[in-house]
Design a protein around this ligand. Structure first.
Ligand code: 6PG
Length: 272
C-alpha cells in the first residue's frame, strides 16, 4: 500500500494492491471508529451507500469484528436510496440487508431505512424528519458549524461520472443548501427516482470514507475528484470533489486499478 503525504491534500489516500487488502483495512477502520464513537458518545451513527461498498464491508461480519464490535450501539442510515421497493434488486437497503446487516447483530430498531411506500419527494421529507428527531434526542450529534447532523461516519462510493450518493454532475441537487435530504426524479443512472443526503450533511460528518475500486473507467473521474478546484475547473462537474468534511476527516480507500492514472508526485493529493 502506498500513502503519499502532501499538505495540499484532498484527504488521506490509501491505495491497495487488491480488494482483499482494501476490505481488511476498511473493516479495521470502521471498527476503530465504532469503538471511538461508542466510548465518546455511547452510540455509532453510520450512513451506507450502494455500489460495491457492501461487499467490501464483508470482513466486518467475520472474526474478530463479529465479536468485538459493539453492534447494539450502531445506528444505521443510508446516504442515498433508490425509490424502489425494499425487495427490489436496485434497493440499497436490500443490498445492505442481504450482504451485511443480516450477518451482524445490529438491532432492527436501529436500522433507519427509507420509506419505500412513498413518492421520492415524500420519502426524502420523511427521512429528514426522522433524522431531525434523532438529532433532538442527541442520538445523532449536531455540527457546531453548520447546524447539520454530524454522522460519525458516512461511507460513499463514486460512479464513473464522479457522482457520490445520488448527487450527479451538474444536477441542481448538488447545490441544495436548505435540505438535509433531497430527492431527484431524473437520475442519469437508472433507476431515475432517488433520495439522497445533500452536500451540507455529507460535509458535516465527523468522518467520510470514499471507497472506489476496481474499474479503470473510474480512474479519470478519480483524478478530477482529487484535483484542486480553480477558476478554470467546472466545480459542478465532479460531485466527488465537492466532498470535503469541514470539521471532519476524509479518507479514500482505493485499489490500484482505479488509482492507475494518479501521479503521486504531481497530483497534489496525499494524507490529511
Ligand atoms: O447509486 C447509488 O445508490 C450509490 O449509493 C452510488 O453512490 C454508488 O455507490 C455508486 O454508484 C458506485 O458506483 P457504481 O455503482 O457505478 O460502481
Amino acid at each position: 500500500m502506498a500513502v503519499s503525504g502532501d499538505p495540499k491534500s484532498r484527504g488521506e489516500l490509501k491505495i491497495f494492491d487488491n480488494s482483499d487488502e482494501l476490505a481488511t483495512d476498511l473493516a479495521e477502520y470502521i471498527a476503530q471508529l465504532s469503538e471511538f464513537s461508542v466510548k465518546e458518545r455511547g452510540v455509532f451513527t453510520i450512513a451506507l451507500s450502494g455500489g460495491p461498498l457492501i461487499s467490501l464491508m464483508g470482513k466486518l461480519c467475520q472474526a474478530p469484528y463479529s465479536k468485538t464490535v459493539d453492534w447494539t450501539k450502531w445506528y444505521v442510515f443510508w446516504a442515498d436510496e433508490r425509490a424502489v421497493s425494499k425487495s427490489h434488486i436496485d434497493s440499497n437497503y436490500k443490498l445492505a440487508k442481504d450482504g451485511f446487516l443480516s450477518k451482524v447483530p445490529v438491532l432492527n430498531s436501529h436500522i433507519y431505512s427509507i420509506n419505500d411506500n412513498a413518492t421520492a419527494e415524500d420519502a426524502a421529507e420523511e427521512y429528514e424528519f426522522t433524522i431531525r428527531q434523532l438529532v433532538k434526542v442527541r442520538t445523532i450529534d449536531v455540527s457546531a458549524i453548520s447546524d447539520c447532523p454530524k454522522f460519525d461516519l458516512i461511507l460513499l462510493c463514486m460512479g464513473a461520472d464522479g457522482h457520490v450518493a445520488s448527487l450527479f454532475p451538474h444536477h441542481p441537487a448538488l447545490e441544495d443548501k436548505e435540505n438535509w435530504v433531497t430527492f431527484i426524479t431524473d437520475s442519469p443512472v437508472p433507476p431515475p427516482e432517488r433520495i439522497t443526503f445533500t452536500l451540507p450533511v455529507i460535509n458535516s460528518a465527523s468522518n467520510v470514507a470514499m471507497v472506489v475500486t476496481g474499474e479503470e473507467n473510474k480512474a479519470t473521474a478519480l483524478c478530477l475528484a482529487l484535483s484542486d478546484c480553480n477558476e478554470e475547473t467546472d466545480a459542478l462537474s465532479s460531485p466527488a470533489r465537492m466532498v470535503w468534511p469541514a470539521n471532519g476527516k476524509l479518507v479514500w480507500f482505493l485499489d490500484k486499478a482505479v488509482a492507475s492514472e494518479l501521479d503521486g508526485s504531481d497530483s497534489g493529493v496525499g494524507s490529511q
